[in-house]
Design a protein around this ligand. Sequence first.
Ligand SMILES: [Zn+2]
Length: 135
Amino acid sequence: MAKPAPKVAAQGSGLLGPFTLTADSIAEHIEPLSIGAYALGRLRDGKFFVRKVGRDDRDLAGALTAQIGAHDAFKFRSYVSTRKAFEKECQLFHSFIPSGTAAHPVRPPGTRFVCPVTDCELSGEGWASAPERLT
Ligand SMILES: [Zn+2]
């Protein structure tokens, strides 16, 4: 099977950026200890190519800092709720199928959040009662 071409993050991704992935840039754009979802990738000819998506339920800036050197650029959005961040991570995962993100996002521990993408097998009530980790 042919490897799918990297997808360009459209304006409609709902994320801010792209910004270069450096400590200064992270500090400039992201509040300390915030919840958020993000996309990591590279910039080419002014376009952002998503390689990986993720979220952090406590320290978005710390999660991005840990990726410095592995990726050129990031986009992000911060949220006040882990549910919103999880749902955004799911939407990013389904929209871009990033090559650097192997598995479906895992919901925050202790929650019963489900994937908001309706044709995902992990959406709906079935998954609400499933174990927290899929593997
Ligand atoms: Zn899903």
